[in-house]
Design a protein around this ligand. Structure first.
Ligand SMILES: Cc1ncc(COP(=O)(O)O)c(C=O)c1O
Ligand SMILES: N[C@H](C=O)CCC(=O)O
Length: 459
């Protein structure tokens, strides 16, 4: 076991000093995993489900090899169908922030199951979770619960349009806001991982109403507002990008967006589906001190059950039916199980030391991995905020999707496979952020850093 490593200065600074050394050593495939059951199950799945999966990035297409088929999860760990155990840094793509299958969340869920799993009618649990969200998130005075992040984001765009009477929206290249038509324009996540710049089936008129700017480049945003005077309903962004890999914003960039939207009468939306309650108790908007007009949420707010939400100033939210004319509905919206899991998760996150723990373990992880890359002669840059992190195989700094594309994705693929063989489960794409949880211990982190050093040495 490696001794505890002191935390060093910001990861982003260090990565610029790393040098590229191409190694001829064999890739880290020495300890071959037994994945026989995973292979059998995935083979059958390919006959039953498109690509064998229900969401594209799970298929491991960009890192090569077969996906690991999960059997069960607990705390910071997951086990596959062949009973291999991994330290998990995907956390179901973010929701598992208090650790997988958390006992307290599970107890609350079991009690709710006895009372019913779906009502399709108002219940007090909706008020409880709404109050927790409103208390914590600076921009939210009223909230509507939906069933996914996609649903939250597409609803918010409808709201922007209903409120302003304008049609065009601005998003950033490499940002992902779910799979609704208007977002499949230079999108991140699986769209980027699979190299699909957009998708067939999206009407040209819909795509044309989505304008794209470059992240961390306020001038590219101002130019769009200038060229489309009085036509832009709103702007949506990931306040910290996780869907082109981990890319933090500058505070000046976020402030610039706030100022330009106010000046132009456009609605500013922070898509906090990934960052919400992960970056800070009051989400990224609290962390950076910039208040958007509307916010979308998902992942953590459902504590591992399918949920999404959007909220904002009362003036805007009163447009939503039945308070106002903008229609949006859902059979399972406000589902009592999802509400219960969200309430318990937010309750646990409010306890003293929760965000300090996330910040501490994640900084230790990223600084250890970057040190290992430096020692072994690999160009790598990266960083973290609270329980969200990422790294790229390139000198850096990476401040936009355009920079991220220059990273060595083939090397990432080999690194990913090597880490699996060392018992570490990372997101199967260079263009996805990583997540830690309250269940990750310093021992887990040190084991991961040691694994990274072993794999990097072999690349
Ligand atoms: C920032 C962001 N917005 C929206 C979404 C869409 O959420 P969902 O997958 O729950 O539809 C995701 C993740 O997929 C996301 O990371
Ligand atoms: N990047 C996506 C969400 O954050 C990954 C989840 C998915 O699309 O399956």
């Amino acid at each position: 076991m490696q001794a505890a490593r002191p935390q060093t200065q910001a990861a982003a600074t260090r990565c610029r000093k790393a040098t590229i050394v191409r190694s001829t050593a064999a890739p880290a495939t020495a300890t071959k995993l037994n994945t026989k059951r995973s292979e059998e199950i995935f083979k059958e799945a390919q006959e039953l489900l498109p690509g064998g999966v229900n969401s594209p990035v799970r298929a491991f297409k960009s890192v090569g090899g077969q996906p690991i088929v999960f059997d069960h999860v607990k705390g910071a760990y997951c086990w596959d169908a062949d009973n291999n155990k991994y330290i998990d840094y995907v956390g179901s793509w973010g929701p598992a922030i208090v650790g997988h299958a958390n006992d307290e969340v599970n107890e609350a869920l079991k009690a709710q199951i006895e009372k019913g799993t779906s009502f399709g009618a108002p219940c007090e649990l909706e008020n409880v979770l709404a109050k927790m969200v409103i208390e914590r998130v600076p921009s939210v005075e009223m909230v509507r619960f939906v069933n996914s992040g996609t649903e939250a984001c597409l609803s918010v765009v409808r709201l922007m349009r209903a409120y302003t009477g304008r049609e065009k929206i601005i998003k950033f290249t490499g940002c992902y806001h779910g799979h609704a038509d208007q977002f499949l324009v230079q999108a991140g996540s699986g769209v980027l991982t699979l190299g699909l710049s957009d998708s067939p089936g999206v009407p040209a008129t819909t795509a044309a109403a989505t304008l794209t700017a470059q992240y961390n480049d306020i001038e590219s945003v101002k130019a769009l507002f200038e060229a489309n005077k009085g036509e832009i309903a709103g702007l949506i962004l990931e306040p910290v990008v996780g869907n082109s890999g981990f890319i933090p914003p500058t505070k000046e960039f976020l402030q610039g967006l706030r100022d330009v939207c106010t000046k132009e009468g456009a609605v500013l939306c922070f898509d906090e589906v990934m960052t919400g309650f992960r970056i800070a108790k009051g989400c990224a908007q609290e962390y950076f001190g910039i208040t958007p007009d509307v916010t979308t949420m998902g992942k953590v707010i459902g504590g591992g059950l399918p949920v999404g939400a959007y909220g904002g100033k009362k003036e805007l939210m009163q447009m939503v039916a039945p308070a106002g004319p903008m229609y949006q509905a859902g059979t399972l919206s406000g589902n009592p199980l999802a509400m219960v899991a969200g309430i318990k998760t937010l309750e646990i996150l409010a306890r003293p030391g929760a965000y300090e723990h996330l910040d501490k373990v994640t900084k230790r992880l990223i600084s250890g991995i970057l040190d290992a890359a430096k020692e072994t002669g690999h160009a790598m840059c990266g960083g973290s905020i609270s329980g969200m992190f990422g790294f790229f195989f390139c000198e850096g700094p990476v401040s936009s999707f355009e920079d991220a594309k220059a990273s060595d994705t083939a090397k990432f693929g080999k690194f990913h496979r090597g880490m699996l063989e060392q018992g570490v489960y990372l997101a199967p794409s260079q263009f996805e952020a990583g997540f830690t949880s309250l269940a990750h211990t310093e021992e887990d982190i040190d084991r991961t850093i040691e694994a990274a050093r072993t794999v990097l040495k072999s690349l």
